[in-house]
Design a protein around this ligand. Sequence first.
Ligand SMILES: [Zn+2]
Length: 236
Amino acid sequence: MIGWMDTLAIGAVGYAGVLGSTASLLYHNSPIIAPVITRCAGANSVALTFDDGPTPQFTIPVLKCLESVGAKATFFCIGENMAAHRSLVKDMLAAGHCIANHTWHHDHAGILGSKHYWLSELQRTSYLIEDISGACPRLFRAPMGFKIWNQAAAVKKMGMKYVGWRAWAWDTTGINAERIFRRITRRLSPGDIILLHDGLEYARRHETQTATVAALPHILEYIRQHGWYMNSLAML
Ligand SMILES: [Zn+2]
């Protein structure tokens, strides 16, 4: 006979199971909803990726830092940020970096959005990138890495590929540069895609990425000391 304590326990396990399954579906590298690029091409290489920009006060020093070591990176840009800083996007392209799609609004509630919502978010962003660069982007990163079916349908319809990441630092949470450096480098190995943030989504518009900017030269030096190349994902 099952008592109320057992019912509670079974309910809790079931709830945890549903949460766990949902989390594994949404997990940024999970291939369950759609295939995801989780490794970069090229022997002895790591790929630097920056999300949520362009935001001039952080993107410009990031570009200068990358230029100082000849590194190419991939920027998953928010459409409304690009629309506000078109000339900066041109500079990023001229410097040889790859510009990719990170939605127009980066709305956290978008996870509940319809197929129409996701197609609109992706199309509007990709068309702006095409208008600036002359080429439609092929790479997409979901806001917060959360994949969901309606979004995946739009990604497929647009002929785009999801990109995940292997090394990250939670660098949008106000941690200092030293901690960002330690978190990025502690298990870093060739083939890894590194996630950092050069910009601010609308919900964080009063915050800062100065710690990321401060950590970047040390991360680049660590990569250089290991003899690894720093490539964009343009060839994927
Ligand atoms: Zn983002």
